[in-house]
Design a protein around this ligand. Structure first.
Ligand SMILES: C[S@@+](CC[C@H](N)C(=O)[O-])C[C@H]1O[C@@H](n2cnc3c(N)ncnc32)[C@H](O)[C@@H]1O
Length: 323
């Protein structure tokens, strides 16, 4: 199943490589950086989560709040999103800025004043109306980015889509069903909290914000604080500890030299982790190709045979300006 949201660093292209690392047997699936949940939805669609416990987590309160609202009241989210879609068809970018600045940000600010702008409180109080606005802004905003200014306001500009897909009721209901399984837990919090409780029988997939390949490289800031070298180091320590406790672990990251070195270090190898380089697919004639494709790393204690590969990208699809 397709994820509900577009998300910077979404992992659909890497799925063929990641699937090769899914363990044959596990009791619980844990994803501490869930984002748009490409791997969760892939596992769910393949029936791999049937009867199993699942813990999906992210530090982004809007994201977890939106998933909870969709899970708990999909019809209310669909109703509000349908109204936004009609308004967007009539007013385009004017509607986007009106929703962003006149409705979404004020509603978030008043929720934040009551529950705090970060963390569990805000996620728990998210309403279907806010979730619908979040989905609308995600599907019509620039590249599906989520970015907050210093005052905590969402400040992504409008995207340039001719026919954005805004409200897809059947898709929203399928997402709600996947999230509403009685053993799926949605948690808003930092990765350390989640990884601390992971051990034998767990399958953990970690997809943190990628380490930049150079000092000047542009990379996604999903949170006000960003995700710096210290966070990457804390994650490596937590992943090694989880592997030593017997969890099946998969991590994706950029091929930045620090990351490669951290997971090739003796303590990581002793925990059974190996680092595999996944060559980027060349997208002919696309802007991405001109910038030069970049390899990614998959770090795992799963037994894989042969090199891991990405999905093929159709350059024509990349150029299409639809959501
Ligand atoms: C690369 S994205 C994950 C993309 C996801 N695999 C997908 O398919 O869309 C990284 C995610 O980590 C989250 N994040 C950033 N810092 C975090 C932290 N300290 N703890 C937990 N999640 C964090 C971001 O909000 C973002 O959703």
């Amino acid at each position: 199943m397709r994820p509900l949201l577009k998300w910077a660093g979404g992992k659909r292209q890497l799925l063929p490589a990641l699937r090769r690392c899914y363990p044959a047997a596990f009791d619980r699936y844990v994803e501490p950086f869930v984002g748009s949940g490409a791997v969760f939805f892939d596992l769910d669609a393949g029936g791999r989560l049937d009867g199993r416990r699942v813990r999906l987590a992210d530090v982004n309160a809007d994201l977890i709040g939106c998933y909870r609202a969709v899970r708990d009241d999909p019809d209310a989210v669909i109703g509000a999103l349908r109204a936004l879609e009609q308004e967007h068809r009539a007013r385009g970018a004017d509607c986007f800025y009106d929703v962003r600045d006149g409705r979404f940000n004020p509603a978030r600010a008043s929720l934040g004043a009551r529950c705090g702008t970060h963390g569990a409180g805000m996620a728990a109080a998210y309403t279907p109306a806010l979730a619908a606005m979040f989905i609308y802004l995600n599907r019509t905003g620039y590249n599906g980015l989520f970015r907050l200014n210093r005052n905590g306001g969402f400040n992504v500009p409008a995207g340039r889509y001719t026919e954005p897909r805004i409200c897809e009721p059947d898709h929203i209901r399928s997402v709600a069903r996947a999230l509403a399984r009685d053993r799926v837990v949605l948690h808003c919090g930092p990765f350390d909290e989640v990884l601390a409780g992971v051990g034998r029988g767990d399958f953990v997939y970690c997809d943190p914000p990628y380490a930049p390949l150079s000092r000047t490289a542009c990379f996604a800031h999903y949170t006000a604080g960003g995700f710096g070298p210290l966070d990457q180091r804390r994650l490596q320590t937590a992943v090694v500890a989880a592997a030593r406790r017997g969890a099946s672990v998969v991590v994706s990251n950029s091929s930045a030299p620090d990351i490669e070195a951290a997971y090739a270090a003796p303590e990581a190898r002793a925990a059974g982790l190996t680092v595999q380089r996944v060559p980027a697919r060349r997208a002919i004639n696309s802007l991405a190709a001109r910038r030069g494709p970049v390899d990614e790393l998959v770090i795992t204690n799963a037994q894989t045979s042969g090199p891991l590969r990405m999905a093929r990208v159709d350059p024509a699809r990349r150029r299409t300006k639809t959501a």
